[in-house]
Design a protein around this ligand. Structure first.
Ligand SMILES: [Zn+2]
Length: 288
């Protein structure tokens, strides 16, 4: 018998040892790879998926024969943490500024410590850049409301709309160093936006917001402050999320008189205030 011959289990043990080492290295490698790629998925879903989802939502509910299709995603309230906490959220939105009225609005918002969203017109921003800067610095949202606000021009087609939107973006980039991705269609999407335009806007990564509370402050050149206030409070009363349409364009001098009553009234109704953000339920109405 050869004394140098190893027992049969020695090579078997070596083989098992090697296999274990290989398995261990592979396991560590897989864990490292998965952790790395999970981070990547999170980033991409944050920036890409919401746009696709939102576009899909709009594209999914527009029925070609149905004409006007209002999109009120009220059933999604459980996805919004603020609504889930039973908080009523009011979004004050001011269109068509900035103007000489806007600083008065900003003063009131500051006094009440209430944030708001300003959908500014590019050509107006050129006239009052410092007011937009102030609103931005004070924590309000600056949204794009196109450069010209001329319906016949901007609604001539997708190309014309994007050209006007881009022009406003360029102005805002110079003034606040950002290009807002949240936009409001001049006049609202209803009757102005086609199915194709809405799809193109959402596919380009913009968030589009109409409103569900209309102050009707454009029903006449000047509407009395009490009427604006009562209109807002009446319409907001039964809502969990109120996107409130107001105008701070040139000459809208009753707005600063109406605003304190609107804020206090909404607070009495149990509302908290926020700027429009990715948790805000999109409200868009479309004609096909
Ligand atoms: Zn407007």
């Amino acid at each position: 018998m050869d004394q140098r011959q190893q027992p049969f289990w020695v090579p078997v043990l070596k083989l098992f040892g090697m296999a274990f080492c290989f398995f261990f290295v592979a396991l560590v490698g897989m864990y490292w790879f998965q952790t790395g790629s999970a981070g990547g998925t999170e980033i991409s879903s944050r920036f890409i998926e919401p746009e696709i989802t939102e576009a899909a939502l709009v594209l999914g509910v527009v029925v070609p024969e149905a004409g006007l299709v209002p999109l009120l995603y009220s059933d999604e309230s459980d996805q919004d943490p603020k609504v889930a906490e039973n908080l009523k959220v009011a979004y004050l939105t001011f269109d068509d500024g900035p103007s000489e009225v806007t600083p008065l609005v900003l003063d009131i918002l500051k006094e009440y410590q209430v944030p708001a969203s300003f959908f500014v017109i590019g050509s107006q921003v050129e006239g009052y850049p410092e007011i937009v800067q102030r609103a931005h610095w004070e924590g309000h949202l600056i949204g794009n409301h196109t450069y010209s606000h001329k319906y016949r021009q901007i609604y001539a087609g997708s190309k014309a709309f994007f050209a006007d939107l881009d022009r406003a973006e360029a102005v805002l980039m110079q003034v606040i160093g950002e290009q807002p991705r949240i936009i409001r269609a001049p006049g609202g999407t209803r009757g102005n936006f086609t199915f194709e335009l809405a799809g193109a806007v959402l596919a380009s990564g913009y968030q589009l917001y109409d409103w569900n509370v209309d102050s009707r402050d454009t029903a006449a050149p000047l509407v009395a402050a009490e009427i604006i206030r009562d209109q807002v409070l009446r319409q907001a009363a039964d809502k969990a999320e109120a996107i409130i349409l107001l105008h701070d364009g040139p000459g809208k001098i009753t707005l600063p008189k109406a605003l304190p009553g609107i804020i206090e009234g909404l607070q009495q109704q149990g509302f908290v205030f926020s700027v429009i953000n990715e948790d805000t339920t999109p409200i868009v109405a479309l004609y096909h």
